[in-house]
Design a protein around this ligand. Structure first.
Ligand code: NAD
Length: 275
């Protein structure tokens, strides 16, 4: 076995952060470089293992992202869109590979990621699960085959009540895949909500609906609806572990890679001949 890759976790006390901790500690090829939280988080200074109810590791929840980027071979960010610009800056300064799982990014943050990938390796995916990576490709292929004047595309997603962005990054990525399949620009055809006298559905529209409630980890359905028939492709996440597993696999894959923007297709080794 080669040397262990040192993985750092930003937002380590969050819902995803705790799953990531568990996942890094369970991988023989990974070593935990440390975990950092937002400066006002009361858990800073506590042993990091207490976040997952494990025996003390002698490693404390930190607030120094700079030091984490310096030590780690790859850093995983599941935090908040507002935190991302600084994290990209640190990735550039230390030339440390970055895995971005955070969703709800605005155009400025997207542009920062693109610009940074000239100098550092970044993996970005709104959904790091194997299942969603696969159905995203399937949606693109179906959208390319099913004519827009016969098949209407609607995407419905449901998440837990704490989620702060809508529609979900995954729903947007599925919409993007559908638009790509149809060779249209998504922002010309999407409809993010309907209310009141909206009129008949225009041909070619891609609709997105978001539902929030309870503890739902993440459900997505892409509907292709025609006269007389309907295809529905659904993915239901029942555990955040699927995202953590994908993110840690991505971090191990990207550590030491040349600069560039990568996605889960590359991490999972999916070629264009496969789904
Ligand atoms: P959460 O609110 O439970 O956790 C976020 C954590 O980040 C919090 O503990 C918060 O204190 C911390 N944080 C905020 N700013 C920080 C900073 N500057 N430095 C360090 N830590 C900081 O949220 P969550 O449910 O874990 O989700 C986090 C993000 O991940 C969201 O954007 C969510 O949509 C996304 N997500 C992505 C995937 C995927 O597969 N890509 C899967 C699930 C969730």
């Amino acid at each position: 076995m080669g040397p262990l890759s040192k993985i750092g976790i930003l937002g380590c006390a969050g819902r995803m952060g705790r799953m990531l901790l568990q996942e890094v500690l369970s991988r023989a090829e990974a070593q935990l470089a440390g975990g950092v939280e937002a400066a006002d988080n009361p858990l800073i200074g506590h042993d990091i293992a207490s976040l997952i109810g494990a025996a003390p590791l002698g490693l404390l929840v930190g607030d120094d992202a700079d030091a984490l980027f310096e030590t780690a071979d790859a850093v995983i960010d599941f935090t908040h869109p507002g935190a991302l610009p600084r994290h990209i800056d640190l990735a550039l300064r230390h030339r440390t590979a970055l895995v971005v799982g955070t969703t709800g990014l605005d155009r400025a943050a997207e542009a920062l990621i693109s610009a940074a990938t000239d100098k550092v390796a970044i993996i970005r995916a709104a959904n790091m699960s194997v299942g969603v990576t696969l159905i995203t490709r399937l949606v693109e292929q179906l959208a390319a085959k099913l004519a827009a004047d016969s098949f209407d595309i609607e995407i419905v997603e449901m998440h837990h009540r704490h989620k702060i962005d809508a529609p979900s990054g995954t729903a947007l990525a599925l919409a993007q895949a559908a638009a790509q399949g149809r060779e249209v620009a998504l922002d010309r055809v999407w409809r993010k909500s309907r209310d009141g006298q909206v009129g008949a559905r225009p041909i070619g529209e891609i609709g997105l609906s978001a539902i929030r409630g309870g503890d739902v980890v993440g459900d997505h359905t892409v509907i292709f609806a025609a006269d007389g028939e309907r295809i529905e492709i659904s993915h239901r996440a029942s555990s955040r572990q699927i995202f953590a597993r994908g993110a840690v696999t991505a971090a191990l894959w990207v550590a030491g890679r040349p600069a560039g923007l990568y996605g889960m297709n590359e991490v999972l080794g999916l070629t264009s001949r496969q789904l």
